[in-house]
Ligand binder design. Structure first.
Ligand SMILES: Cc1ncc(C[n+]2csc(CCOP(=O)(O)OP(=O)(O)O)c2C)c(N)n1
Ligand SMILES: [Mg+2]
Length: 313
């Protein structure tokens, strides 16, 4: 349809005709419960003080810093379960994660790319100490390109995701320890800036300084992983959050033609709560749901999975 006329007047005339889809009562109730969960989480996190820093505290402090102009690139590891489950994102394509392939070492290179593609945004990449060492030499690229990015390293001295799974399956760990690395000196050696967070009340000022510093900045934070066994116990639990993803995806798809990606994340399905917020935000473009149970069979009207569509076309 062609519209001819003054742009401002045309938009003024069209705007009242737009209706945002209304949520049905069950979806609204679930979203309300999730909002309450988030409030409880913030309260619980605030009570976690001390050094090393508890991941919940770290995530809740990060939540306060994540405005819509921040792109987050997440590596894989125990830390990424905390991010997926507890760090909420309110716009599409804000939180980038290697969820299906689980590839270690991608966060820093992705951040370099994101800083090229989104030059006016803040870019924060996050990895564990193990994942960082997989591609740490890329810091040279970041310095050479003067990439405006902040890379945060959660230091626990282990490949914790593997260690925790070994403990659950075999009752002991094997070959998961990492030697001590001085990340501050590493940053300096490459010509980057290195900052260290030693206490929870240093998180916000350190990030302000990091984002205000030109060029790549490494931020080292030592984390307290004592609760990780509990974290993994919950990985396969069914949650309200995931079922909300499925339910709402189905609803939106029935109304919108631009909902396009429904991805099965296999054994990682339990870490799905984070990307929920893409939907909560009534995403304008794609909805990515990392949910093993959101299958086309269970929800009439939901499109076939992206991979199914590709293989059938
Ligand atoms: C290229 C690659 N190699 C190995 C793995 C298996 N793996 C998944 S998580 C992980 C440990 C990650 O450790 P770290 O980055 O320190 O994060 P943490 O779990 O300690 O938070 C490993 C080795 C992988 N996902 N990708
Ligand atoms: Mg680690």
């Amino acid at each position: 349809m062609e519209l001819i006329g003054d742009i401002e007047e045309t938009l003024d005339a069209l705007s009242p005709l737009l209706h945002r889809p209304r949520l049905d009562s069950r979806s609204a109730e679930l979203l309300q419960r999730i909002a309450e969960d988030r409030e409880q989480l913030m309260a619980l996190a605030a009570s976690k003080s001390g050094n090393p820093i508890h991941p919940l505290r770290l995530v809740s402090e990060l939540q306060k810093l994540i405005s819509s102009d921040v792109t987050i690139c997440s590596d894989m590891g125990s830390f990424s379960i905390y991010l997926c489950r507890y760090l909420f994102s309110f716009r599409a394509r804000q939180f980038l994660i290697t969820n299906g392939q689980q590839t270690l070492g991608v966060a820093l290179p992705w951040a370099i790319a994101a800083s090229i593609v989104r030059p006016h945004e803040k870019v924060l990449s996050i990895s564990g100490d193990g994942g960082f060492l997989f591609s740490a030499a890329e810091l040279e690229t970041a310095v050479r390109l003067n990439s405006h990015l902040v890379h945060m390293i959660w230091v626990d001295g282990h490949y914790d995701m593997v260690a925790t799974q070994e403990r659950i399956k075999y009752g002991r760990t094997s070959a998961v320890g990492l030697g001590r690395v001085d990340y501050m000196k590493y940053a300096q050696a490459f010509g980057a800036t290195g900052l260290q967070i030693r206490a929870a009340d240093e998180i916000a000022p350190t990030f302000k300084k990091a984002f205000d510093t030109p060029g790549p900045v490494l931020v080292e934070v030592h984390v307290d992983y004592r609760d990780n066994a509990k974290l993994f116990e919950q990985v396969h639990e069914l949650s309200d959050h995931s079922s909300t993803c499925s339910l709402m995806l189905a609803q939106w798809y029935q109304r919108r033609s631009d909902v396009s990606v429904l991805q099965d994340a296999g054994r990682n399905a339990g870490v799905t709560q984070g990307p929920l917020s893409f939907i909560e935000d009534e995403a304008e473009h794609e909805v990515c749901v990392f949910d093993r149970r959101a299958s086309s069979a269970s929800y009439p009207g939901v499109p076939p999975r992206h991979s199914d569509r590709q293989s059938s076309s």
